[in-house]
Design a protein around this ligand. Sequence first.
Ligand code: SAH
Ligand code: SF4
Ligand code: F3S
Length: 461
Amino acid sequence: MSDNHIPAEQIAAQYRYAERLKELGIQKTYHIVTMGCQMNVRDSETMAGWLDKCGFTKTDAREKADIIIYNTCCVRENAENKALGNVIWLKELKKDKPELIIGVCGCMMQQEGVSENLKQKYPFIDLVFGTHNAYCLPEYIYTVIAEQSRVFEVWDVDGSVPEGQPVTRNSAVNAFVNIMYGCNNFCTYCIVPYVRGRERSRDEKDILAECALLRDRGVKEIMLLGQNVNSYMGGKSAFADLIKKIDTLGIERIRFMTSHPKDITDELIDCFAACRHLMPALHLPVQAGDNEILMRMNRRYTREKYLETVKKIRSVCPDIGLTTDIIVGFPGETRRQFEQTLSLVNEVKYDAAYTFIYSPRAGTLAAKYEDPVSMEEKTEWIEELIALQQHWTAETLKKQVGRVQPVLVETVSARSDNTVGGKTPRGHMVNFGGGKELIGRIVNVKITDAGKNTLKGTLEE
Ligand code: SAH
Ligand code: SF4
Ligand code: F3S
C-alpha cells in the first residue's frame, strides 16, 4: 500500500460516528447539489454513501430536505457565482425551517479565505469542509446535530488517498471510478492544482476490486477518472497497463477522462485497438491552436505535436470520437492567434467541443498577465467558434445515419415512457422507441436521423 493512504483507523472512526448517529434514530432526509466536474459527482456519491450509513434518506426535493449540501466548483468565475447564489437562496428556506442543516464543500472551499468569509458573513451555514477532509462528513454531521455547533474545517494537506469509504451511486448502469486525485500540471490559467492538491494514484488492486464489484452488480460501463489519467502512478505505461487489466474483467464498456495531450503514450493509443472493451472515444483537451498561447498556458505541447497525436490515434482507431476543451481569450491572445484555434478545429473535426471564455482565477499565474481584449470581443470570438463546432458536430452526426450501432440504454425520456436513450460506443446519444425494461441493456439500433447534438434511431430485432 502506498504511504499516502489515509490510515484505515481514521476511516473506521468515521464509520463509528455514522453508527452513533444511526443509533440516535434521527430520521433526516438529505439533498446534495453537485456543481463542477465528474470528480465532484463521484465525491457526492461518497457523501451520499456516508449519509446513508448515518441512517438518513436521500430526497430529490431540495425544499423537503433536512440537510442540504452544496458541492461547489471554482474552475471559472461563473461556477463560483452560481454556488454563492444558490447558498444565499437557502437563507430563505431556513427562515421557514430553522432546523435545516446547510453544508457547503468542494473545490471552492479550498481557496484561501473562503471558509472564513462564509463563516463570518453567513450565520445560517452550519458546515463547511474542503476536498481533503470530505471523508470526515459523519463526524462533522455528528458535531452539528449532537453538539449543536457549527463546523468550519478545511485542510491544506497536499494529498492523500481515502480507501474504504461507502458509496451510493447515481446509476446502476454506468459508474465513475477514481484512479487518481489532484494535478501537478499547473496550466497557468487553472485553479485545480491549488484546490485538489498534488497528484496521487490509487493502488491498482483497489481500482481492480472496485471495478470487479461493479461488474458483479451488473454495471455495464465504467468511466475512469483523473485530472490527467496519463500520469497514473507517475506516468509512462502504467495507465495503459491498468486499462489492459480492467479490460480482462469483462465489463462491457470502459472509458476514461481526462487525458493530457502531452502525456499520451503509444501504449495507450494501442489500447484502442487491443482492448475489446475500451470504447472508441477520447476527450483530448487542446485549449488553444496557437503555439505561443499554448506555451504561455504551460500546456507543454505544440499544435504540431497535438495534430500528430490525433493522426496516430485515428490511424489506430479510425472511428474514434474525439472531443475537446477550448479556452477563448486567454490573456494577450490576439485575433490572429484565436484564428489558429479555428483552423485547428477545422483540421481535427471534433465530435464535440466544450468552449469557455477565459476566467481569471486568483492565485494562478495567468491572472497576473495583461488582458487587453474586451469581453465583448471575446464573446464574439466564442460565438464564432461555437458556430464552427456546431457545423462539425452536425457533419459527424449525419455520417452516423444508416449505421447500426450497439447502444447502452441509460434513460427513459422525460417526455415519453416509450422513448429511451443511450450511447453508441463513440459516445453519441441516441433516442429511440422502447420501454424502461431496456435500461442497462446493450441493443442494436439503426440510426435514422441526426439532430443538433443527438441521434434518433429504431431498435433492431
Ligand atoms: N484536467 C482537465 C480539465 C479540468 S478543468 C484537463 O486538463 O483537461 C476543465 C476545463 O475547464 C479545462 O479543460 C479548461 O478548458 C477549462 N478551464 C480551466 N480553467 C479555466 C479558466 N480559468 N478559464 C476558462 N476555462 C478554464
Ligand atoms: Fe488544470 Fe491543466 Fe491540471 Fe487540467 S492539467 S486540471 S487544465 S492544471
Ligand atoms: Fe472539478 Fe470544478 Fe473542482 S472542474 S476539480 S469541481 S474546480
